[in-house]
Design a binder for this molecule. Structure first.
Ligand code: AMP
Length: 249
């Protein structure tokens, strides 16, 4: 079984995000970029399936500017076999990403597509679900455990009331949650080996996908700054403040 894994290049999770002065977006110039953390979990899960003999090939896919090749190299250094870059000036909105992933899936015919549950830059949490709808494949979102049993994916999902387990016939879409696994660090020899692994570059035109935006980003602003808190000396004082000042009790 071939596994297609989607990896998005996003602002590194350790970076304090700054809004551009003209409020058109967040600043990405000169900012450290990395693989979306949920996508690292997706790559790790694919590698574990391959190590258990349940997958034959792992193809990593990234959509966006040429620099996304670095994100693909990270996936290759972790253990993916080859990369596909769909090159365009910016990462498009989820519907266009889903259409591009569908087009690649139609070429590659994977048995499983693993995505992150959300990209930490725009928190859309939509691409996997849209992709499942476009392909008409079953989906297991927010997976915290994945097993392949008798040509089906058994997915455990953390939901409000506890754990839900689904059986999905393959091919299927999985989106990863934080507790699915702990991604490995790429070793130096594997980083060197990854340099030789192939990355194919495609374009939305070559895939015949309309990526015209349906959403317009109107403005990006900082959240309002929170007022400084106060320290109280006793429970009585706290209750009095909640009653008289905050008027919440
Ligand atoms: P989102 O729906 O934007 O929150 O993203 C969910 C998941 O879709 C991400 O964790 C990635 O696995 C995948 N994805 C979104 N945008 C891209 C992109 N530009 N390139 C590759 N994968 C992407």
């Amino acid at each position: 079984m071939k596994i297609l894994v989607c990896v998005k290049r996003v602002v590194d999770y350790n970076v304090k995000v700054r809004v551009r002065a003209d409020h058109t977006d967040v600043e990405t110039n000169g900012v450290k970029m990395s693989m979306n953390p949920f996508d690292e979990i997706a790559v790790e899960e694919a590698i574990r399936l391959k190590e258990r003999g349940l997958a034959s090939e792992i193809v990593a896919l990234s959509i966006g500017p040429a620099a996304c090749a670095e994100t693909l190299r990270t996936a290759l250094a972790m253990g993916a076999d080859r990369g596909i870059l769909v090159e365009m000036p910016h990462s498009p909105e989820p519907l266009a990403v889903a259409k591009l992933v569908r087009a690649v899936a139609e070429r590659e015919q994977p048995g499983l597509i693993i995505l992150g549950k959300q990209a930490i830059d725009d928190d859309m949490n939509a691409t996997g679900q849209m992709l499942a709808a476009l392909l008409g494949w079953p989906q297991g979102t927010f997976a915290s455990r994945l097993e392949i049993v008798e040509s089906a994916a058994k997915v455990t999902r953390e939901i409000d009331g506890g754990l839900e387990t689904l059986r999905l016939s393959l091919p299927a879409i999985i989106t990863t949650d934080l507790r699915l696994n702990e991604p490995r660090y790429a070793s130096l020899p594997n980083i060197m080996k990854a340099r030789k692994k192939p990355i194919d570059t495609l374009t939305p035109q070559a895939l015949d996908v309309d990526v015209a935006p349906r959403l317009t980003l109107l403005s990006v602003t900082e959240p309002p700054t929170r007022k400084a808190g106060v320290k109280v000396d006793s429970v009585e004082e706290l209750v009095a403040k909640l009653k008289r000042e905050a008027k919440v009790i």
